[in-house]
Design a protein around this ligand. Structure first.
Ligand code: TMP
Length: 200
């Protein structure tokens, strides 16, 4: 089963995925990974996409690098794990590109879906979108001493990302489950574990 986690900055996905893996791994074989990243090559692409020293990356280049990283990640990590019947918990996937690049960067859904055709052919079975006002999310990460190139975007950009996610969630109602990100991490974790178990 291929499960992805989506949301804006500071929605707690990373902690959530670690805890969910811990809770499922006594009964199932669970792999956790992330995008952009998840392998040597894709972590190198991640650096180009997110390192603030590459401030000149244009929206089209950003979308194409993300799609390239996703294709590599599918071949190297996701598809082999699924073939071995493992549960894959992935921090972000194509819906991030739909919310950030297609919607917030205005590249359009058609373009982003076209360059991500390989991912479209290998869509997640289930996606949890953690919905949270970016004002709250950004305040949660304000203490971090390292901001990546996208964290540094304006509040308006992050607000548009949230709008994008809500649109994407309405495009794929059978796959995407929207979770209220104002709940405690424990409540969210319990809700997601119950939903995963009911889908298995
Ligand atoms: P994160 O792993 O800390 O969430 O950082 C990844 C950043 O990359 C985050 O700002 C969202 C962004 N991103 C996109 O814009 N499009 C994508 O397709 C993916 C996977 C991530």
């Amino acid at each position: 089963m291929f499960i992805t986690f989506e949301g804006g900055e500071g929605t707690g996905k990373t902690t959530l995925i670690k805890d969910i893996q811990r809770r499922l791994s006594d009964r199932f074989s669970v792999v956790t990974t992330r995008e952009p990243g998840g392998s040597l090559i894709t972590e190198a692409i991640r650096d180009i996409i997110l390192n603030p020293k590459y401030l000149g990356v244009t929206p089209y280049t950003e979308a194409l690098l993300l799609a390239a990283s996703r294709a590599q990640h599918l071949d190297e990590v996701i598809l082999p794990a699924l073939k071995e019947e493992k549960i894959v918990l992935c921090d972000r996937f194509i819906d991030s590109s739909l919310a950030y690049q297609a919607y917030a960067r205005d590249l359009g859904f058609d373009f982003v879906l076209a360059i991500n055709r390989y991912a479209v052919e290998n869509m997640p079975n289930l996606t949890f979108y953690i919905d949270l006002d970016p004002k709250i999310g950004l305040s949660r990460i304000a203490h971090r001493d390292k901001y990546d190139r996208l964290d540094q975007e304006t509040y308006n950009f992050h607000d548009k990302v949230r709008e994008g996610y809500l649109k994407v969630a309405s495009m794929y109602p059978n796959r995407i489950i929207t979770i209220d990100g104002t709940k405690t991490i424990q409540e969210i974790e319990n809700q997601i574990v119950d939903l995963i178990l009911s889908h298995l």
